[in-house]
Design a binder for this molecule. Structure first.
Ligand code: PLP
Length: 420
């Protein structure tokens, strides 16, 4: 049996423990939703204030050059590259995940249409995050492709001579299940398909090596594990073998080879720079840059390898404690036990009351979230940068109290808000 003292001892022995100091974490809150919106880094308010006061206020338009605003998407992209196994110059931070997916999927379809015109299908996972499916659905309508949605275990066998693109999210947002990126990519490419990965729940959460996997395209999110703030810019990676193939469909002036010649004709920038569209949100990119610095601060302490070790220890502990201390209360486990198949979150299932249980936990300061479905899911993220083993213990004790006392049945926890 694990005890609170065991958890406190593990915190005392944790070489990553000092990283928690990089964040503003409100007292009395155990934040298990950093997989949905990362917390505020302590340095970010001053950094944004400086960008506003000095760069904008004093530098004015000169700051595009003098403060390095113009290259910010590339500079931030280079930091992201170190987390996902990409090289410097291969990633840009820009737009949203949805928009970036539209761009890369569109290019992937154009490549398929040119090289392998008999391939007319996009394959994805039925439980992929809906926006990914909606973007694919929209492009299929426009370009005459078909979207085929499958269960994860059906995918490998389904990729065949009709498949243009396999589009997957590496870590599933609902279950925390993680694909074997290298094996899935290799098998799909052997069958002749291009592979697009969404790293929304992987970048900064689990080690990713896009080059080792030899993936074709990737996108990811800036406001989850990268701590870039609400609506932070997302990112795009394109394998160098594709980076200069074709135009991405949002051929705006920021993706032009020489935007300040103001020529009437578009000429795409070399490399991934062409995946920019229009003027970039500098204040948001500044916040994302600060979020990335919290992850880079882990590099002298072992980087993603050390973060992954702690993340697995935290999720293992949560699963074990829920099973020990909340047994008999109808909770199931949606997340794989196998380490290689688990991201940095744990999702519990319950036939009834899942939403109200999450609300009751939030009232106690334990912030997770609820995802509707069959079955409903209680979702808890465990970003290893700032969570303690003690937090895991306390979170499970609160969950136990909510279940044992049936606190979740109270009327105030039955109300459903716009954002869950
Ligand atoms: C969070 C998430 C998104 C979010 O897309 P936005 O364009 O930022 O709204 C997209 N895809 C996946 C898989 C996600 O987890």
């Amino acid at each position: 049996m694990t005890t609170l003292q065991d958890c406190l001892r593990r915190d005392a022995d944790d070489p990553l423990a000092p990283l928690r100091e990089l964040f503003v974490l409100p007292p009395g809150v155990i934040y298990l939703d950093g997989n949905s919106l990362g917390p505020l880094p302590r340095a970010t308010p001053e950094r944004i204030a400086r960008a506003v006061r000095e760069e904008w206020g004093q530098g004015l338009i000169r700051s595009w050059n003098d403060a390095g605003w113009f290259e910010l998407p590339q500079r931030v992209g280079d930091k992201i590259a170190t987390l996902v196994g990409a090289r410097a110059g291969e990633v840009v931070a820009t737009d949203s995940t949805s928009i970036n997916l539209f761009k890369v999927l569109s290019v992937a379809l154009s490549i398929a249409a040119a090289d392998t015109p008999q391939r007319r299908t996009i394959i994805s996972e039925r439980s992929n995050f809906p926006t990914d499916l909606y973007i694919a659905e929209g492009l299929c309508r426009e370009r005459g492709f078909t979207l085929q949605l499958l269960e994860p275990e059906q995918i490998a066998a389904a990729v065949d001579e009709r498949t243009a693109v396999l589009m997957l999210t590496h870590v599933n947002y609902r279950t925390g299940a993680m694909h074997d990126m290298q094996a899935v990519t290799r098998a799909a490419q052997a069958a002749g398909a291009l592979v697009v990965w969404d790293l929304a729940h992987s970048a900064g959460a689990v080690p990713v090596d896009l080059h080792a996997a030899d993936a074709d395209f990737a996108v990811g999110c800036g406001y989850k594990y990268l701590n870039g703030g609400p609506g932070a810019p997302a990112f795009v990676w394109v394998h160098p073998r594709h980076a200069e193939r074709g135009w991405q469909p949002l051929s705006g002036w920021w993706g032009h080879a020489t935007p300040f010649t103001f020529t009437p004709n578009y000429q795409p920038a070399p490399g991934v720079g062409r995946y920019l569209c229009g003027t970039q949100p500098i204040l948001s990119l500044t916040a994302l840059d600060g979020g990335l610095d919290t992850l880079l601060a882990a590099q002298p302490l072992g980087g993603m390898t050390a973060l992954r070790r702690k993340s697995l220890a935290l999720t293992d502990l949560f699963i074990a404690l829920v099973e020990e201390r909340c047994a008999g209360h109808g909770l199931g486990l949606a997340t794989p036990r196998e380490h290689a198949a688990r991201g940095s979150q744990v999702c519990l299932t319950r036939e009834q009351g899942a939403h109200a249980i999450v609300q009751a936990l939030i009232a106690r300061g334990v912030i997770g979230d609820f995802r509707a479905g069959a079955p409903d899911i209680l979702r808890f993220g465990f970003p290893p940068l700032y969570l303690r083993f003690e937090d895991v213990w306390q979170a499970v004790e609160h969950l136990r109290a909510v279940l044992v006392e049936e606190e979740w049945r109270r009327p105030e926890f039955q109300r459903v808000q716009a954002v869950t």
